[in-house]
Write a protein that binds this ligand. Structure first.
Ligand code: F0G
Length: 420
């Protein structure tokens, strides 16, 4: 196992804490997968009580970095549910849709999968402090895993721009919080400078070990599908770590002889924060950072750090990138929520984008599609309240507006008649 620059090929030992090559390129963890691995290796562990087997990340350890067991920090994470809902499939316009709910991870987002691997790496190499910039979910996850590992953490967040629930989680888990005047991209620049200047371990998804953990969303998904591969995978894209991770997952599963075909990937951005989408439309001939603006604060990112790795994944999977408006995203969220599944706004980009791509004829209606839901419904209650009760909600067919009545059965009667 070693780290390799995706631009110039320079190699670094696995214990290196460098997140970029000397040439500025992004790094990949290169694993030593030389022999076929049987899926039964992973299936047998489903009924094991070994803490590593019970993690939906470490159960797949032959496809992950080798880290000494005593350094592994796990809650455990993963093992998230897969939801199949006919009404949502019909709304999106496809024959079969399964939704992998990563909001069911211990801190409520997919970040925990990356964090167990990268925090374990940090512990292994003796990091004295860990850090990240965040739109809220990474910071909650960093704070929790750092606390478990007994390593102090410092997180950089754009002041006033992350949800109260995410800020509350991060405060509660005990991270030192630094609120930065500016947006996520400014916080991301600052954290990279701070880590380089002060020998702090960087836990953002620019860190290749984070992506190693996030690969397991795809492993876990395939295992739940009894290793049947969907035609398409649809996921939201912000800083583009997850997009990069699924590309790595497909490469490693192919090396292990497990992947029978490569699913096509659709990455969905919010229209007001869509530099990756714009680059895709240009055939990846140009890339321009943007000033990000969207209701989905988790993906309010204008200059994604994993751009080059994510571009590679789109090319590798013959993938596509789409952008959805906030209204499209919020209606998709309302559909997911009222199906009893629920997710945070950024996650709903998956369903909104799928619907758009089916209507455009890019994704055939006969497809078997798996969508990633990346965060929990309760991560952003403010957006829920604004959609259902805020200004303009009376014109939204999906708005669920509470009524106020006198405490009498007579008053209740009218409500019940309408509700039934
Ligand atoms: N969905 C949610 C709920 C997220 O929190 C994020 C990213 C994404 C999607 C986008 O994933 O960055 O891998 O493309 N949140 C980060 C954070 C940036 O700081 O919590 P990505």
């Amino acid at each position: 196992m070693f780290l390799r620059c995706m631009e110039c090929g320079q190699q670094f030992p696995a214990t290196s804490v460098q997140t970029r090559c000397d040439c500025g390129g992004l790094l990949d963890v290169v694993l030593d997968i030389t022999e076929p691995i049987s899926t039964s290796t992973f299936d047998q562990r489903l009924c094991s009580l070994n803490p590593l087997d019970r993690s939906g990340v470490w159960r797949f350890r032959e496809l992950l970095p080798t880290i000494p067991t005593e350094a592994i920090v796990t809650k455990p994470e993963g093992n998230t549910n897969l939801y199949e809902n006919g009404e949502l499939a019909r709304w999106a316009g496809v024959d079969r849709l399964v939704l992998k709910h990563e909001g069911e991870n211990p801190t409520g987002s997919f970040k925990d999968r990356g964090m167990t691997v990268a925090t374990s790496h940090a512990k292994w190499v003796g990091a004295r402090m860990v850090a990240c910039a965040s739109t809220g979910n990474t910071s909650a996850s960093v704070a929790a895993y750092a606390a478990l590992a007994g390593i102090p953490s410092i997180v950089f967040i754009p002041e006033g721009k992350i949800s109260a629930a995410k800020l509350g989680q991060t405060i509660a888990y005990g991270a030192q919080i630094v609120q930065v005047h500016g947006d996520f991209d400014a916080a991301m620049t600052l954290v990279q400078q701070a880590c380089a200047a002060h020998d702090i371990y960087l836990l953002n998804s620019i860190n290749a070990f984070r992506l190693e953990g996030q690969k397991t969303i795809f492993y876990d998904l395939l295992q739940q599908l009894e290793w049947r591969v969907p035609d398409w995978i649809v996921m939201p894209g912000g800083n583009l770590g997850n997009t990069s991770a699924i590309g790595r997952a497909m490469t490693d599963l192919s090396s292990a002889g497990i992947l029978t075909k490569t699913p096509r990937l659709a990455v969905i951005q919010a229209a007001g924060a869509a530099p990756f989408y714009e680059a895709f439309v240009s055939g990846f001939r140009s890339y321009e950072p943007v000033e990000a603006s969207t209701v989905a604060s988790a993906i309010r990112i204008g200059d994604p750090v994993s751009y080059t790795r994510a571009r590679r994944t789109i090319e590798q999977t013959n993938g596509v990138v789409e952008a959805v408006t906030d209204d499209e995203l919020l209606d998709a969220k309302a559909m997911i929520d009222r199906a009893g599944i629920g997710c945070e706004p950024a996650s709903a980009a998956s369903l909104a984008g799928l619907r758009k791509l089916v209507h455009a004829g890019t994704i055939p209606a006969s497809s078997f599609v798996a969508g990633y839901l990346t965060g929990h419904l309760m991560k952003d209650a403010d957006v829920v309240m604004e959609y259902h009760l805020g200004s303009g909600s009376e014109h939204r067919p999906l708005a669920n507006r509470p009524v106020v009545i006198d405490p009498t059965l007579d008053a209740l009667e009218g409500v019940l008649r309408r509700a039934v």
